[in-house]
Write a protein that binds this ligand. Structure first.
Ligand code: NAP
Ligand code: G4F
Length: 332
């Protein structure tokens, strides 16, 4: 039985990846942060009682700021594959807490790479490492963006991801680690955090439909993103670690849509009529520097991984609006 260790298991992607790996027969180990309230809602459905024998989904306390624990878990679990999905992943918030973002997103990845380097040397065992890199790294570089496009980060989050990206490449080249960067464009789902724009919209639309809210407050409606469906992207992460050679891959749909288009489509799915009646501008959601347009050039993923996004924009919006409407009892 193969073993996988995941940081960020309580997040959107971590929860889908854990499900995928369990279905493939892996023993899955996830790192969770201690919190004063339960933070496992996305993985409660796959949680296994620690008192049950032969568990194949095991949770460990840890934090990417804590090199000792990262190292200890690596030696204790002895995974075949290590997926680093943990992050302070909110771009707007990274302007408020830049140092913490760099600590977790940038140095967190380095802590894992250092631990793997030493572990491989001491134990002679290999660990395949996946780094959750981001299309945010392309920032101001015009689309389409491929594996060869230069980075131009526009936020502390993106700058920290660029550091982690380069450390991953450097440890691959310097120490022969099987370390890959998945450069994933925005991917969404009903499990998306409530403060990212797509989920904020689908949730807001559902609450308006249910009569719980009257307005939805948003920032820049002109920004364009290449939005795909998260479970499909998590399958691509796994595929990258099954290749013969460690390489970096761009993952996306190859289409971009504006925030305004997402809003219009979501209100249409809910049958609420003209979205302009409900949406108000609030400057607090603007960023000091914005990323205007992201579109993935996915030629390499199609050719080498045989991976292609199947859920496209209108279907993604429908999935998210329907799930949020169901959650608040709003009938469509
Ligand atoms: P997410 O839902 O925000 O999940 C982030 C995960 O990281 C959560 O489990 C969170 O724990 C954990 N985490 C936060 N701070 C941590 C720390 N100090 N130590 C250990 N774990 C910590 O993010 P996601 O959308 O699943 O994204 C997964 C990864 O892919 C992230 O690295 C993100 O930056 C990257 N990425 C995402 C996208 C996207 O569109 N979703 C695109 C490209 C790259 P809590 O649950 O306790 O908060
Ligand atoms: O949903 P967002 O916050 O996602 P963003 O900034 O693109 O980052 C996400 O995708 C990255 C991949 O490219 C990940 F690496 C990262 O971890 C995260 O998952 O914002 C999308 C766009 C932005 O242009 C923002 O200015 O929506 C615009 N927007 C307009 N109004 C808003 C709002 N964003 C948020 N969060 N909230 C608003 O009210």
């Amino acid at each position: 039985m193969k073993k996988a260790l995941l940081t960020g298991v309580t997040g959107q992607d971590g929860s889908y990846l854990a499900e995928i790996l369990l279905k493939k027969g892996y023993e899955v180990h996830g790192v969770i942060r201690r919190a004063s309230t339960f933070n496992t809602s996305r993985i409660d459905h796959i949680y296994q009682d620690p008192h049950v024998e032969h568990k194949n989904f095991i949770l460990h306390y840890g934090d990417l700021s804590d090199a000792n624990t990262v190292r200890k878990l690596l030696y204790e679990v002895a995974p075949d594959e290590f997926y680093n999905l943990g992050a302070q992943s909110h771009v707007r918030v990274s302007f408020d807490i830049p140092e913490y973002t760099a600590e977790i997103v940038g140095l967190g990845a380095l802590r894992i790479l250092e631990a793997i380097k030493d572990y491989e040397k001491e134990t002679k065992k290999k660990v395949r490492f996946y780094q959750a890199s981001s299309s945010e790294m392309f920032g101001a570089t015009p689309p389409p963006q491929s594996e060869n496009t230069p980075f131009y980060p526009r936020s502390p989050y993106a700058a920290a991801k660029v550091f982690a990206y380069h450390m991953t490449r450097n440890y691959r080249e310097a120490y022969g680690l099987f370390a890959v960067n998945g450069i994933l464009f925005n991917h969404e789902s009903p499990r998306r955090g409530e403060t990212f724009v797509t989920r904020k919209i689908s949730r807001g639309v559902a609450r308006i439909k249910a009569g719980l809210e009257k307005k939805l407050y948003l920032g820049n409606l002109e920004a364009k993103r290449d939005w795909g469906y998260a479970p499909e992207y998590c399958e691509a992460m796994w595929q990258m670690l099954q290749q013969e050679k460690p390489e970096d891959y761009v993952i996306g749909t190859g289409e971009s849509h504006s925030v305004e288009e997402f809003v219009a489509e979501a209100f249409k799915v809910a049958g609420l009529g003209d979205w302009k009646k409900y949406v108000e501008f609030d400057p607090r959601y603007l960023r000091p520097t914005e990323v205007d347009d992201l579109i993935a050039d996915t030629k390499k993923a199609k050719e080498k991984l045989k991976w292609e996004a199947t859920t496209k924009f209108p279907e993604l919006v429908r999935i998210m609006v329907e799930a949020d409407c169901k959650a608040v009892g709003a009938t469509l």
